[in-house]
Design a protein. Structure first.
Length: 398
């Protein structure tokens, strides 16, 4: 007899109801921390946060029945172990060869996919991923959002920014495929330590199952939260109880007491392979190619503060050749060298501090006068060194 059949039989049992007096005493004994707010109750779904009134109930068969049902649903009278609950989902998604997924994400132009744009509107993000099948098989991927297109055809990477008409080439994948891979989402949640993740809900209805999880954000030094991993957040996973394939994923972040939807799956399609034409980019003839240029040995040894200072000095002095060594974006180089925007006075460049979430760089605080108006801007320059030369280059913040 499986768990579902046992639960069905237990639910069918009919035992005498406890007296009103006993029921009232049990209700008063329920700790506030385990009572579900009325606003979160959903009809037709089975809750896995039962009221623990049974401690004082003696040996009533009704109480025993409730505890048995809760025990089999939760996993031995406790909060369900995420790894166990998601085990069949992980096994099913691990067998998938390719996926086409469309998401709505609260991200922003010019930022990585995991950036949380609290003041913006959701953007459509579409991805096609063929997962590597084994050693020597790199897989293939394409991700599109309003300001960028990323493709990896199995040999090399191309990033294209339509608004700037700029493109960048790279070796290898250049991006983590698991950002858009269902099995990786499930695997991540299963690997979070039990004391770092909280099960809020777990229920089944009509051939679907849901699991709602809560996590604390990672501390961010010197800045407020910017990327998904920086925020306190909740994740809802939905799957089909017959195939165990993931069918939905929603992520919320908490900010200043508000619960904000960051991303959700609009559609997800599991396929055997992706058409080759998806990975071919038809770029304009006048596209400008950017990227990190080869530099001398002395530049390789610069730390992020020194690199930031050199970038501002090169822009102030109008030295395009030097500026291009620290800024791989042709349009940004043009902007910094334009008299309307060029730095006129470098007032302060501070010590770097770490990024957050998945961001592979650091931030360097600065105060600089820019342009003809000589307006002072005080902000943080973003630098990263995950390029082939492992040296610090511009990534945003101006």
């Amino acid at each position: 007899m499986n768990d579902r059949e046992l639960e069905k039989r237990l639910r069918a049992l009919r035992e005498p109801e406890p007296s009103p007096e006993l029921g009232a005493r049990l209700q008063r004994g329920i700790p506030d921390t385990v009572q579900q707010p009325e606003s979160m109750r959903r009809p037709g779904r089975f809750w896995t946060m039962p009221k623990f009134a049974a401690v004082a109930a003696g040996t009533l068969a009704t109480t025993i029945t409730v505890w048995l049902i809760a025990g089999f649903t939760l996993g031995l009278f406790g909060t369900p172990v995420v790894a166990d609950v998601l085990a069949p989902v992980a096994a099913a998604t691990d067998r998938i060869e390719a996926v086409h997924v469309v998401l709505r994400m609260l991200t922003r132009k010019g930022e990585d996919f995991s950036y949380v744009n609290l003041d913006g509107e959701p953007q459509r993000v579409e991805a096609w991923v063929e997962w590597p099948g084994g050693p020597g098989e790199p897989g293939r991927a394409r991700m599109d959002k309003i300001d960028r297109i990323y493709t990896f055809d199995g040999t090399g990477t191309v990033f294209y920014h339509p608004g700037r008409n700029e493109a960048y080439r790279g070796r290898g994948r250049g991006i983590e495929l698991d950002l858009f891979w269902p099995a990786a989402w499930v695997r991540y949640l299963r690997n979070v330590p039990d004391d770092a993740i909280e099960v809020v809900e777990h229920y089944e209805n009509g051939g679907k199952a849901w699991l709602l999880l809560r996590q604390k954000g990672a501390p961010v030094e010197g800045l407020g939260p910017s990327f998904l991993g920086d925020f306190d957040r909740e994740t809802e996973v939905e799957w089909d109880t017959d195939t165990h394939l993931l069918t939905g994923l929603k992520r919320w972040v908490y900010h200043e007491g508000q619960r904000v939807l960051f991303s959700e799956i609009e559609t997800i399609e599991y396929v055997e392979s992706v058409d080759d034409t998806i990975f071919d980019l038809d770029l304009p003839e006048d596209v400008r190619w950017g990227g990190v240029k080869e530099a001398s040995v002395d530049l390789l040894a610069l730390g992020p503060r020194e690199a930031a200072l050199r970038l501002f000095e090169a822009a102030r002095d109008g030295d395009r050749e030097a500026l291009e060594l620290f800024c791989g974006s042709p349009s940004m180089v043009d902007w910094l060298l334009d008299e309307a925007h060029r730095p006129t006075e470098i007032l302060f460049v501070g010590e770097p501090f770490g990024g957050g979430g998945r961001y592979p760089g650091v931030y360097v605080p600065y105060r600089v006068r820019f342009g003809k108006d000589a307006a002072v801007k005080e902000f943080n320059l973003a630098l990263r060194n995950d390029n082939d030369q492992r040296r610090w280059v511009f990534d945003g913040g101006i």
